[in-house]
Ligand binder design. Structure first.
Ligand code: BG6
Length: 518
């Protein structure tokens, strides 16, 4: 991992400091950056919350979260104590402007003490409906006024449809300049997602064949094993299309489909991605049932245990029509991709937590070999595995050993952990570091969020107006509703079984744990 310690002092003000995101993701990521000596010498984490607590008990709670969720294992006593000395709790009632004034005074005191103006990162780890009052409150206290050092971070989903995203963008623009706003889609911080750019544009080999002449179709899978868990409050009004496809899924599609950027300048890359979103064919309302499938999990089995149907989860309406599975066929209407389908699927309570991109190449244009040689022959396929293990696998044909000419598929394999023997940083580590550096390449620009909503909006509207009659339509632990298979079968294709990569603890060996490739 490249180390680049930040020079400028930084203060993280986490609104929602008592929440799950802070405990599970933000603080473990900051602790990890601290262990790697990547945080500035002068940094402070201020958790803002409504429930009275002391700094000590707040730190203890965060430590428990870090012990549980950090990829670095349990915290080390001494290192945690050093780290925790930078954390404090700030009791605030965010409905009043007084609280923002108090936060301002606290930040000014910090700058005075350090003799330096710190970068201020206002992290909204709060439900989406809080973005508006928070942005207004910060601006009311003048905490937006330093256009370089004051930064606001918002989590996806940014809005709940096209119209609300536009409104939100306008509102944010009233108070903050675009370069001050960091819209997080944590998938963009994942190493393998970033590696798609390195792989495509750092090699001469793949780019010439990365188009409609050689690629038959692309499959993108973001599968989750877990159910909705304790997040029904959010999920009931979101659903899989808003939660994953509108952001993580489309961002991955953009990286696979974008044109070569001239440089890695943040606006250059973001512009190339917006170009893809704008080229995605609008699905006509009459075509939605042919191009998009929704599903909701029923009861089933997970690791040998009986699990509930979505409608029986705590906080879920007994007649809920929220989709926990979505599959969509997209087309990108430009010279490179005309006619190439991009199939995307996501769902909760599927058999495994697995995210991957599978690029299916065309069959060879002419069969040189006799039919008897081709019994086991298959078109080339490139697999980019995002999680749980990161790797790239290429399937190609070779001669099967023996007197006869017979082709057999084999694969060339690259595993991140095996090749580099290092821990990949967690997505949040990368993203938090980038915010401190002021690098917005991996964050969504306002127009990107709107363009992504434009893509999914017709489906959302149709699904809202026509209630599903067949929910629940897939068992927990299965790969989703039958209609998702039909979506591809109509085109003479099928979903490929995801590839399970697994690495040994010492990272010495990685392998495909279950068959599917070749
Ligand atoms: C979040 C979604 O953005 O991504 C969750 O809101 C989902 O519903 C999560 O579980 C998946 O992230 P990851 O990194 O575990 O694949």
């Amino acid at each position: 991992m490249q180390k680049s310690k930040i020079g400028n002092a930084a203060v993280f003000v986490i609104f929602g400091g008592e929440g799950d995101l802070t405990r599970r993701k933000l603080v473990p990521a900051l602790y990890s950056l601290f262990l790697d000596d990547q945080l500035p010498d002068r940094f402070k984490i201020i958790g803002v919350g409504r429930d009275q607590t002391t700094d000590d008990s707040y730190r203890e709670r965060l430590r428990q979260g870090t012990d549980e969720y950090s990829t670095r294992g349990r915290t080390d006593e001494r290192r945690w104590r050093d780290f925790a000395s930078h954390i404090s709790f700030f009791l605030a009632d965010l409905d009043t402007s007084r609280s923002f004034e108090e936060i301002k005074a606290e930040l000014a005191a910090r700058d005075d003490e350090w003799g330096e103006k710190a970068n201020r990162i206002y992290y909204l780890a709060l439900p989406p409906d809080m973005i508006r009052p928070m942005a207004k409150g910060l601006a009311g206290a003048g905490l937006n006024s330093d256009r370089v050092r004051d930064r606001i971070v918002v989590e996806k989903p940014f809005g709940h449809d096209l119209e609300s995203a536009r409104e939100l963008n306008l509102l944010m623009a009233e108070y903050f300049e675009e370069r001050q706003i960091y819209r997080i889609d944590h998938y963009l911080g994942k190493e393998t997602v970033q590696n798609i750019i390195a792989f495509r544009f750092g090699n001469t080999l793949f780019e010439p064949i990365w188009n409609r002449r050689y690629i038959d179709h692309v499959q993108i899978t973001v599968a989750e094993k877990e159910g909705v868990g304790s997040r029904s409050g959010f999920y009931e009004s979101a659903g899989a299309l808003r939660d994953i496809i509108q952001n993580h899924g489309l961002q991955i599609l953009c990286l696979v489909a974008m044109e070569a950027p001239v440089s890695v300048d943040s606006d250059e890359i973001r512009q190339k991605k917006v170009d893809v979103l704008r080229a995605i064919r609008a699905i006509h309302p009459d075509q939605i049932h042919q191009s998009a499938v929704r599903g909701q999990y029923g009861a089933g089995w997970e690791d040998g245990k009986r699990v509930n149907a979505y409608r029986s989860e705590p906080g879920v309406a007994p007649e809920s029509s929220t989709e926990t599975f979505a599959a969509v066929k997209f087309y990108v209407d430009n010279w490179r991709w005309q006619g190439v389908p991009f199939y995307m699927r996501t769902g909760k309570r599927l058999p495994a937590r697995i995210s991957e991109v599978s690029i299916h190449f065309m069959p060879v244009p002419h069969q040189t070999f006799a039919a008897s040689a081709l019994l086991d022959s298959r078109p080339n396929r490139l697999l980019i595995s995002i999680q749980p293990e990161e790797g790239i696998l290429l399937r190609f044909e070779v001669k099967h050993p023996g007197q006869q000419m017979a082709l057999a598929p084999v694969m060339m394999q690259f595993y991140y952990r095996e090749a580099f023997r290092v821990r990949s940083p967690e997505a949040y580590e990368t993203l938090l570091l980038d915010i401190m550096k002021g690098d917005s390449t991996l964050f969504m620009r306002a127009d990107q969020t709107e363009a992504a909503w434009e893509v999914v909006n017709p489906i959302l509207e149709m699904w809202q107006s026509v209630k599903p009659t067949d929910f629940p339509n897939y068992h927990s632990g299965s790969w989703g509703p039958e209609a998702a298979d039909t979506l591809l079968a109509r085109d003479g294709r099928s979903w490929t079984m995801p590839t399970f990569l697994q690495c040994s603890e010492d990272l010495a060996t990685c392998r495909v744990a279950k068959e599917p490739l070749p």
